[in-house]
Design a protein around this ligand. Structure first.
Ligand SMILES: NC(=O)C1=CN([C@@H]2O[C@H](COP(=O)(O)OP(=O)(O)OC[C@H]3O[C@@H](n4cnc5c(N)ncnc54)[C@H](OP(=O)(O)O)[C@@H]3O)[C@@H](O)[C@H]2O)C=CC1
Ligand SMILES: Cc1cn([C@H]2C[C@H](O)[C@@H](COP(=O)(O)OP(=O)(O)O[C@H]3O[C@@H](C)C(=O)[C@@H](O)[C@H]3O)O2)c(=O)[nH]c1=O
Length: 292
């Protein structure tokens, strides 16, 4: 019997995993939100691992505010690196396979071809640096781990670009969206399923993997597709810009090459536009866009 601890369970990906869990009836899940298990609390973490026979831990807990991280580096590193180090140690001590999620922002974006796992990481913002440090701890401490780097996550849950665009459009707020960065929007529901599939197939091909939806676009292209697919484009006030001022630098190009995940973990890569369409159709039928 697989017993899986999911941290950060009230976040975007955590909620998508809760939904995807319905398809994996053989697994026992322990979903813990930040209130129930703060991963910075090493004693409480230790207690959870001692009192449960977990076989796997999916760590979705993270400091994800890219802008705020620039002036709050200590906290970003405490959660994305130091707490991950504790988690990695406990997983090793208790023979637990760790599945951890990382980001395209570990790269500097100077390439113009999709990044593979062999490409050198070189983060250009605090968030990316803190996530890379977390990855490094896992690689040093664990032997049984999967690090899945993904990009531009969105879903019906939490705070994300998809929901921001819809909220602004519904309020009639003008939208000026940048064409400065190119990457791949990834439906967090697809990532949730991929993580559970890795567990289901009992893979021991541990290591770092890139997992995102397929294709590429800019943030402007993503916004346009969101509005088009939800039939809000005509009414929306959408404009493009080649410079949107932010505190944090972002990689100009951060498309991830998924070949390794496809070949070794047999993960399917859905095209970003098709996956967006699947989600928008589902949400439009059920009228179930989660409100904050
Ligand atoms: N969102 C994106 O675009 C991308 C995300 N990722 C990675 O994917 C993973 C999931 O991200 P996503 O679900 O979108 O992020 P969210 O911010 O939606 O979820 C993260 C969750 O972690 C919680 N959390 C924060 N600090 C702690 C802590 N100390 N202990 C326990 N829980 C904590 C947050 O709670 P609270 O909100 O209360 O602080 C939140 O519920 C992260 O590792 C992220 O770095 C990678 C690429 C893209
Ligand atoms: C809100 C807004 C943003 N932008 C720009 C700013 C930025 O360059 C880009 C995306 O902005 P956001 O702040 O929504 O996205 P950002 O926080 O950069 O998203 C990142 O989050 C972390 C957690 C990751 O790991 C990354 O993969 C990526 O998804 O869009 C506009 O051009 N217009 C707008 O109205």
């Amino acid at each position: 019997m697989k017993k899986i601890l999911v941290t950060g369970a009230n976040g975007q990906l955590g909620k998508c995993i809760q939904d995807a869990a319905a398809e994996f009836a053989d697994f026992e899940f322990v979903f813990v939100s930040k209130c129930e298990l703060d991963i910075e609390n090493s004693e409480l973490l230790r207690k959870y691992f001692s009192e449960n026979n977990f076989t796997h831990c999916i760590n979705t807990a993270a400091y994800t505010n890219v802008e705020k991280a620039e002036s709050d580096a200590e906290k970003a590193f405490a959660i994305n690196a130091e707490a991950v180090k504790d988690l990695a140690s406990l997983c090793t001590e208790h023979n637990v396979v760790l599945l951890h999620v990382s980001t395209d922002y570990v790269f500097d974006g100077k390439k113009s071809k999709a990044y593979s796992e062999h490409d050198v990481s070189n983060p250009i913002n605090v968030y990316g640096a803190s996530k890379l440090k977390g990855e490094r701890y896992i690689q040093e401490i664990c032997s049984a781990f999967f690090i899945l780097r993904t990009s531009w996550l969105y879903s019906q849950y939490g705070h994300n670009f998809f929901k921001t665009i819809l909220k602004y459009a519904e309020a009639g707020t003008p939208l000026t969206i940048t064409t400065e960065q190119t990457g791949t929007p990834t439906n967090a529901n697809n990532l949730a399923e991929a993580l559970l599939q890795i567990i289901a197939q009992d893979s021991t091909e541990y290591g770092v993997y890139h997992y995102s939806n397929g294709g590429e676009t800019t943030w402007y292209g993503f916004a346009e597709a969101i509005l088009l697919q939800t039939k809000k484009l005509e009414a929306a006030n959408l404009a493009k810009t080649n410079h949107y001022s932010t505190f944090a630098a972002r990689p100009v190009y951060s498309v991830l090459n998924n070949t390794k995940a496809k070949n070794i973990l047999n993960l399917k890569q859905l095209n970003w536009k098709e996956s967006l369409q699947t989600l928008t159709r589902k949400l439009m039928i059920s009228n179930n866009f989660e409100r904050e």
